[in-house]
Design a protein around this ligand. Structure first.
Ligand SMILES: Nc1ncnc2c1ncn2[C@@H]1O[C@H](COP(=O)(O)OP(=O)(O)O)[C@@H](O)[C@H]1O
Ligand SMILES: [Mg+2]
Length: 227
């Protein structure tokens, strides 16, 4: 369970202050498939980065599974992120010189998993995301959809409790975007991983089991859906 309480985040650039989030409160249940939607600049990325322990807030509190991540400090947040969270980005963010296999296996090498187990788990997850036979290709030899599949495998390889995806389909055509959504939904159901993704794409919203709408740093609606 993620508990966000009265969270504010201000960006100061010179004399001006942008209030990116204004006292946002939200509780997210384990295993949810939640979409944060809203126009560009509404605070989606800011909110995901705070939940993802990538950024620090100015006011309020975030607890994840009872752990207060907001007072952990930089080191604590890095450690927490490494052990509990997976990330998927709009631009995939794969390492170009590494193969699909290496991009995913890399995560486990940081976690001190044995070579044999790394191989087993990496091959299995790449197969699950539909990339069997493409393990040795570098990102430049994969389509956008295939690259995002590698990114999803990389996010899931350590069995995180939570995956955060910032506009995961924004660079994909609608058919490929839908395939990526279906894949994330399948993984959500199979592994009970909580998925939180941001979007301004209606099709993506339609897949969510809960839709939170942000506007100017404030939640303006929150609805349960059939997903
Ligand atoms: N690093 C930053 N420095 C200054 N302003 C920022 C920064 N990041 C985001 N903002 C501002 O905060 C607001 C929310 O941005 P963001 O969370 O990126 O929105 P979204 O992801 O919904 O497009 C916007 O007004 C944006 O310009
Ligand atoms: Mg954004």
């Amino acid at each position: 369970m993620i508990k966000i309480t009265d969270v504010s985040r201000n960006y100061k650039t010179g004399e001006t202050v942008v209030k990116a989030l204004k006292k946002v409160s939200l509780e997210i249940a384990d295993g949810d498939f939640l979409s944060i939607a809203g126009p560009s600049g509404s605070g989606k990325t800011t909110l995901l980065n705070l939940i993802g322990c990538i950024d620090a807030l100015d006011e309020g509190e975030i607890t994840i599974n009872g752990e207060k991540v907001t007072t952990m400090g930089k080191k604590g947040m890095t450690e927490f992120r490494r052990n509990n969270l997976g990330f998927v980005f709009q631009t995939y963010n794969l390492i170009p010189v590494l193969t699909a296999y290496e991009n995913v296996a890399f995560v486990l090498s940081i976690l001190n998993v044995s070579e044999e187990e790394t191989k087993k788990r990496t091959m299995a997850i790449l197969k699950e995301v539909g990339l069997e036979g493409m393990e040795n290709r570098r990102p430049g030899k994969l389509s956008g959809g295939q690259q995002q599949r590698v990114a999803i495998a990389r996010a899931l390889i350590k069995n995180p409790q939570i995956v955060l995806a910032d506009e995961p389909t924004a660079n994909l055509d609608s058919k490929t975007g839908e395939e990526i959504l279906r894949l994330m939904k399948k993984m959500n159901e199979k592994y009970k991983t909580t998925f939180i993704f941001s979007t301004h794409d209606q099709m993506v919203m339609d897949y969510a089991s809960r839709l939170v709408l942000l506007h100017d740093g404030t939640i303006i609606s929150d609805e349960r859906r059939n997903g």
